[in-house]
Each structure stands twice: as C-alpha cells, then as structure tokens.
Design a protein around this ligand. Structure first.
Ligand code: HEC
Ligand code: HEC
Length: 468
C-alpha cells in the first residue's frame, strides 16, 4: 500500500515537472537567438533603436499609449506576421554590439504561433510573411546604408542586405503569408558553390512545423520530407545559415545550437485542446483511427504520467501520399551541392529511392492548422473528405486569433462570401490561401478506406483528434 502511494506520488511529481519543464522551455525559447561576433540573422545596425517594440520590458510597455501599441500591432503583426505579445515581439531582439544596436531575429519568430488566441512557442507561425519583410527591409536598409561608412556597420549591413535580397526575390519567395519558401535555404549552397540559383529551384513553400516530439522525429529525418539526416543536430540551423551566410558563424554557434535543442526544444509538450470534447464520440473516433490511420501515423498513447508517448514517425513516399510535390523538386543537384559544401561534415542527407513526406505524430494537431506540409487544407473536417470537396480559398489573416477558430471542424473559419474571396485570391491577395497557386495544391491524403466514411465517422475522428 505504502509502495503504491509512493509510486503514485512520484508519478504525480514527475507529471508536474514535465508541464513545468515545457513552460520553462517555452520561455527560454522566447529569449533564444544566435547572434555572435557580428554574425547572425540581422537587420542593418541601429534601425532597431527606432523600433522600440524590439525587446520591450513589461514596464516599458505599460508606459506606451494604446494608440501607439495598435500601430505596432498593425505593422508588425498585420503586415509582417510577427506575433506581438504582451511584453515582446516574439523573436525580435535588440543586441548591443560595438556601440551599435543590432536588430536580431530568433528561432521563435518562425517557431512560435497562435492557435485559437493562445500563443505557443514550438508551434509554427501561421501568419508570417517573409517576402513582405524582405521587400520592406531591402527598401529601408538600402537608404539607411547610404548614410553610414563605419566598417563595423558595413560588415553587418552587407549580410543584412543579402538576407533581404534573398527573401524578397519574387522568383523563389512565398506567394502567401504563413508559408516559408525552403528555396531560400538552398541558395546558401548554390552561392557557396558559385552556381546561379535563378531559375534552378522551386519555391518549395511549407508551413513551419511543430517542434514537439522532435527527438523521435529526427530518427526518420529532419524537415517535412526527412531528406536531411538527424543523427547530428545541425539542419535546424538551415534558416539561419542562409541568412547569416557564414559557415564560420554556424560552426561557432554549433555547441549552443546543440544544447538549445536538447535542453529547450526536446522539452516542449503539445498544447492541450482548450475547449470541450465529447468523450463518447471521441472514443468512437479512436477506434476508427486505430484500425485505419495508425498504419501510417502509429498509435497515440499516453504514459502513466498522462503525457504523450512519442514514437518515431514513418516515411511515406509521395507516390502514396499524393500530396503536393513542389517541395520535393530539384534535389538531384542540391544533394551534390550539400555534399561538396564546407559544412558537409555536419549536414548530411538521407538518400532514399523515392522522395516523400513524414506521416507526422498528431499530438496537438488541433493547433497545427491549416493542414498538410503546405498548409493547403483549412480544417481537420476537410482533410477527411475528398480533395474536390475541400475549400479552394480561405483567409490566413489573423489565422491564430480566437475569432478565426472553428470549434466544430477544427481549424480556420471559412469565408461567408466565397465568390468575393475567390476574386481577391485570383488577383494575388497574399492574405488569402488559394489552392490553385504554385505549390498550394490540396490534393492527396485521401485513401480508399476514407471513401467509406459516414458523416458520423468523420465527426468522431475529428472529435478524437481534439484529444491528442
Ligand atoms: C524563417 C523562419 C525560420 C526560422 C527563423 C527558423 N526556422 Fe526552423 N524551420 C522553418 C521551416 C519552414 C521548417 C520546415 C522546413 C521543411 O520541412 O521543409 C523548419 C524546420 C525546423 C526543424 C525541423 C522540424 C522537423 O519536424 O523536422 C527544427 C528542429 C527547427 N526548424 C529548429 C529551428 C531552430 C532551432 C531555429 C533557430 C536557430 C530555427 N528553426 C529558425 C522555419 C524557420
Ligand atoms: C498511407 C499513409 C497514411 C494514412 C493511412 C493516413 N495518413 Fe495522415 N498523413 C500521412 C502523410 C504522409 C502526411 C503528411 C503529408 C503531407 O504533409 O504532404 C499526413 C498528414 C496528416 C495530417 C496533417 C498533419 C499536419 O501537421 O498538418 C493529419 C491531421 C492526418 N494525416 C490525419 C490522418 C487521419 C485521421 C487518418 C485516418 C483517417 C490518416 N491521416 C491516414 C500519411 C497517412
């Protein structure tokens, strides 16, 4: 009896600490950046001094009048898609370096996002528009650069200009907010090899993946397609590598990167569904899941402590998933460039016979909308239906806010005036996801057994997925 009590008590303590560890890890992630020795993901020096939303303290924020705050929100959140929190802009830092104020971006600018109004570090940013950031940064920085001659300034300015030039390149950048073009990472290897990337690479637009369960995920491979080997921690620096454009920087911060992944990212837990769940219906859904979906996604069980048990996910060829393949193009040449690069000892590839996507774990899936690697399906309900019946247009504006969350279908609310939105989408509106754009196809992930689903099957599966 005593033993059982002790066991129960220690499990309870353990479960407490997993949640606490995740909360602490999320805080640490919010403060993490990799600026070092003048190198990193930066904007031109001293611009950040004038953007006082860089690293405000709680006290500073209290002093700022409301009208000013709403201007920040308009610019940083509505225009660029950075998450403006109570006391900071997620992932923006102001670092002092050689008497300059350097604006630095951190991982959480992309790897932090809102769902149903709740901010979660480790969830992908649903609204960021790197193309728009690039276009404005390029314009502002090139004017700014004309007034400065100091060599320290010039060094950082040059890197910042390269960063904005690449992300504002309209031939490879993202067409819709909330999508990041993987092409920008590729540019690093093309440039290092002295090969022109123009016209050589697809945009490869993806949503930013969730980071919980990464330790198991990396055994299959890194990124949506798992083409990148996860034995070593290194590929997680991909976005920064092209931005800081320096292998020396990468190597210098590698120890910090490795400890950050282990001590911060590995501690993340999936966010719990914040609204009601119909347990009876969910139990029906679980049965269907464990007979049909588990073949690819595995079973989702919790340990005695109540927390998810993460398993290594499976790799599924695109021939089977039949989802958009824009992300998988142009790899033959890329493989060679990575293998002959100066970082080939750290960044390795998984060469398979076929390319494809990971069938990801579905913990916290309620928060990860829009669904699939290219964010092409707005709700879980739509993902269970045949592609022809899935919405063609939906808005990404304020995608993480509570008013945009559909508690029935789980995911984004759909437009009331579909025709009007379609017209705007056709005119190129970046706030609207339009499945006819390049790399935006919502096809695939519709298997034979799904054609047999009744309305109640779909409802119960969606209900079950709320519990994950
Ligand atoms: C510009 C936005 C951006 C920034 C900044 C960024 N990432 Fe990412 N990250 C992405 C995208 C997009 C992917 C997915 C790429 C893909 O799968 O094709 C990704 C993938 C990852 C993955 C792999 C996840 C998986 O499921 O395989 C890890 C881990 C990761 N990033 C960690 C980091 C860390 C740590 C930092 C800071 C050093 C960082 N990222 C900075 C956009 C970003
Ligand atoms: C044949 C393998 C396979 C089966 C069966 C399968 N899936 Fe998937 N699933 C995948 C793959 C692969 C992906 C990723 C595809 C992509 O992103 O392009 C995926 C993605 C998803 C996603 C989106 C994940 C995200 O982060 O956006 C959800 C949700 C999902 N599956 C649910 C289900 C459910 C529920 C079932 C059963 C009704 C099911 N899947 C059956 C392979 C499968």
């Amino acid at each position: 009896m005593k033993l059982i009590f002790v066991l129960f008590f220690s499990l309870h303590l353990f479960s407490q600490s997993k949640k606490d560890l995740s909360i602490k890890a999320q805080k640490d992630f919010l403060n993490l950046h990799f600026f070092e020795n003048g190198r990193g993901m930066t904007i031109s020096p001293n611009i950040s001094k004038y953007l006082s939303m860089f690293r405000l303290t709680n006290d500073d924020l209290k002093k700022i009048p409301r009208w000013k705050k709403s201007i920040y929100k308009k610019i940083l959140e509505d225009r660029y898609g950075l998450n403006v929190l109570d006391d900071q802009v997620a992932g923006l830092f102001n670092v002092k370096y050689k008497n300059m104020d350097v604006g630095v971006l951190g991982c959480v600018a992309c790897h932090g996002g809102k769902a149903a109004g709740q901010f979660v570090a480790g969830l992908g940013n649903k609204i960021v528009d790197v193309y728009k950031i690039g276009v404005d940064a390029k314009r502002i920085q090139s004017t700014w650069g004309r007034f400065h001659n100091n060599p320290d300034f010039k060094e950082i300015h040059k890197v910042a200009m390269n960063f904005s030039n690449v992300i504002s390149d309209s031939s490879i950048s993202n067409l819709t907010r909330g999508l990041i073009p993987d092409s920008v990472i590729k540019t690093y290897f093309y440039k290092e090899a002295g090969v022109d990337y123009k016209g050589q690479i697809s945009r490869a637009q993806v949503k930013v993946p969730h980071l919980w369960g990464l330790k198991e995920k990396r055994k299959t491979g890194i990124f949506w397609g798992a083409e990148f080997n996860g034995d070593e921690i290194g590929w997680e620096f991909g976005a920064e590598l092209f931005a800081s454009d320096s292998a020396e920087h990468f190597k210098a911060v590698l120890p910090k990167l490795r400890s950050s992944v282990k001590n911060i990212v590995y501690k993340f837990q999936a966010p719990e569904y914040p609204f009601e769940v119909d347990e009876k219906l969910a139990a029906q859904g679980k049965k269907i899941f464990n007979t049909s979906c588990f073949k690819c996604h595995g079973v989702h069980n919790r340990g005695l402590d109540g927390y998810p048990i993460y398993h290594q996910p499976k790799f599924i060829p695109v021939r089977v998933s039949k989802t958009d393949d824009d992300r998988l193009k142009d790899f033959d040449r890329y493989i060679g460039l990575v293998q002959s690069s100066s970082v080939s000892d750290i960044l390795k590839l998984n060469i398979r016979k076929e390319m494809g996507y990971v069938a990801p774990n579905l913990w916290g899936i309620w928060s990860r909308f829009p669904y699939l690697h290219n964010a092409s399906v707005p709700t879980l309900d739509a993902l269970m239906r045949e592609p022809q019946k899935r919405p063609q247009v939906f808005s990404m504006f304020d995608a993480g806010e509570k008013y945009r969350f559909d508690q029935k279908k789980i995911g984004l609310t759909l437009p009331k005036r579909r025709k009007q939105m379609l017209a705007k989408a056709k005119a190129g509106d970046r706030n609207i996801y339009y499945t006819k754009r390049e790399g935006h196809s919502n096809s695939g992930h519709y298997y034979k057994f799904m054609a047999q689903f009744t309305e109640n099957d779909i409802k119960s599966l969606v209900e079950y997925m709320k519990t994950l």
